[in-house]
Design a protein around this ligand. Structure first.
Ligand code: GDP
Length: 479
């Protein structure tokens, strides 16, 4: 399927510079080894040290995965709720929260945390996430088994007594315990990191918090954000991170391509849509439009932003007004395929009409596509999520990307592609209608500020590793 010129290209590096293990059965997850042929080769090779750490992570995951003796022992210990000796296998259980984009950026952040701390990442897969993603680790599963002794993981929230923040506040534990060999600790801690997290929860991002948490063989984590940038500010991790990611702005690009592979069902939707609509174009342009119900941008205003920014930045050709004489149609005119994603169908209809009713100044032909218009977000529905994932992946096949500020849906597409997007700004946050992002890195939109000791790495590291995001003044982003 797809255009044969790209798909049969033997120079395409299907293992993404060694990021992916060759040890999988390709048919169980077609997207894993086929994705490379739908995208331009990444100009950012992963570091040899990252590759080495991924391979040793995979070995650890195999030793500790559900079904192994070591997993059984760890679960026994969790059930017995007794003081825990240092264990060979330590886990982080990811709990999904909010929309699919939010889930993917927080899942990638959790894997980053697992990699840094040699913890095994297990994911809680509720029905609405079933059959969306392939297993990312060879010969072992990352799915949390249904007989896991802690139930109702979704219920953990700000007031859970087991949260790290509440345990600190209520003095059940204190970070000084990190020095004590025989402190009595609860069997697990819940890390509460969604956007509405509180001061005590934010201690997670401080040096002593990170050290203290190593005492827990089991951690449960709920977040809806890309929290990686804040971990770059923990001094203890600096040297290791420099080796893992000598090019800091590629962290998400590498890790999302390593971890997130659409299932064969979703990949079927992606490749069929691509072959039928996008494959033959000379250039592919992805435009991700996200207009939030809670803080809407008026339709005509946002449409104007999309068109004016795209034309001004020469992503889309300008049109000739009715009075001007169009060029004679040329055979072999270049075709630009514009793939628009939105819950609303009106943006693509209007852009399509514009190019139907007017010739372009360049003589190029513009074709406009939209795969779905779901009207409303319905994260609890599996089919709805499958469409969202397929569209993120289709966007990531674009040569040029236009995304909406502060949308994790767009962050996933830009990370998978490695393309630096043109960002449509929120009119109340910026005087510019759009800005080119400096990299494909997402923004950590709600970073913890002023929680860690002023003398710790957090505040010093700010200037060295992160800066203000283009799309959110309060957010931080690796640079
Ligand atoms: P964010 O809210 O923009 O950060 O992105 P999320 O992905 O976390 O949440 C938005 C959710 O709304 C998506 O996961 C989809 O369920 C739905 N949604 C929003 N925009 C689109 C779209 O363009 N296409 C599809 N299929 N779904 C969308």
């Amino acid at each position: 399927e797809g255009s044969s010129s790209t798909l049969s290209d033997p120079t395409k590096d299907k293992l993404l510079g060694g990021l992916l293990s060759p040890q999988f059965d390709a048919s169980s997850c077609l997207s894993r080894y086929q994705s490379a042929s739908y995208r331009k080769a990444s100009p950012h090779p992963p570091s040899p040290y990252l590759l080495q750490r991924l391979r040793s992570y995979e070995a650890l995951h195999r030793r500790c995965a559900p079904g192994t003796e070591l997993y059984r022992k760890s679960v026994e210990q969790l059930k017995s709720n007794k003081r825990t000796a240092p264990m060979e296998c330590n886990y982080i259980v990811w709990i999904p929260h909010y929309g699919l984009g939010n889930r993917i950026v927080s899942l990638v952040s959790s894997f980053f945390f697992a990699l840094l701390n040699s913890r095994v990442l297990l994911v809680h897969v509720p029905a609405e996430l079933a059959d969306l993603f392939c297993e990312p680790f060879p010969e072992a599963s990352w799915v949390l088994p249904s007989d896991f002794p802690i139930k109702n993981l979704e219920k953990f929230d700000s007031d859970s007594p087991q949260s790290y923040g509440n345990m600190l506040r209520n003095k059940v534990i204190d970070n000084g315990m990190r020095f004590s060999a025989n402190a009595t600790l609860p069997a697990y801690a819940y890390l509460h990191l969604p956007w509405y997290y509180k001061e005590w929860d934010k201690v997670f991002f401080c040096e002593d918090g990170q050290q203290m948490l190593r005492k827990f063989p089991w951690l449960l984590l709920k977040s809806d954000h890309y929290f990686v940038p804040a971990l770059f500010l923990v001094e203890e991790y600096e040297a290791e991170l420099r080796r893992l990611f000598p090019e800091r702005t590629t962290v998400f690009h590498h890790l999302v391509r390593y971890l997130i592979h659409p299932s064969n069902t979703v990949w079927g939707h992606v490749t069929r849509y691509y072959s039928a609509n996008l494959a033959k174009a000379d250039e592919r342009i992805g435009i991700q439009v996200r207009n939030l119900k809670q803080e809407p941008v008026p339709f005509e205003f946002l449409l104007g932003q999309i068109v004016n920014c795209s034309v001004h930045e020469r992503i889309l050709p300008s049109i000739l007004s009715a009075q001007k004489k169009p060029r004679a149609p040329v055979s072999g005119a270049k075709v630009k395929a514009v793939f628009i994603t939105s819950l609303d169908s009106r943006y693509s209809e209007r852009v399509r009409d514009m190019y139907k009713e007017h010739p372009t100044a360049t003589g190029e032909l513009v074709r406009v596509y939209q795969a779905s218009h779901e009207v409303e977000q319905r994260t609890e529905e599996r089919q709805h999520n499958a469409k969202a994932l397929a569209e993120m992946v289709l966007l990531s096949f674009s040569d040029v990307l236009v995304t909406t500020a502060c949308s994790t849906f767009g962050y996933v597409a830009q990370g998978l592609s490695g393309v630096r997007p043109l960002v449509l700004m929120k009119p109340w946050k910026s005087s510019l209608p759009c800005r080119w992002a400096e990299s494909a890195e997402p923004c950590f939109l709600i970073p913890p500020r002023g929680v860690c000791d002023k003398h710790s790495g957090f505040d010093k590291g700010m200037a060295k590793h992160v800066r203000q995001c283009e799309d959110e003044n309060e957010g931080i982003k690796l640079f």
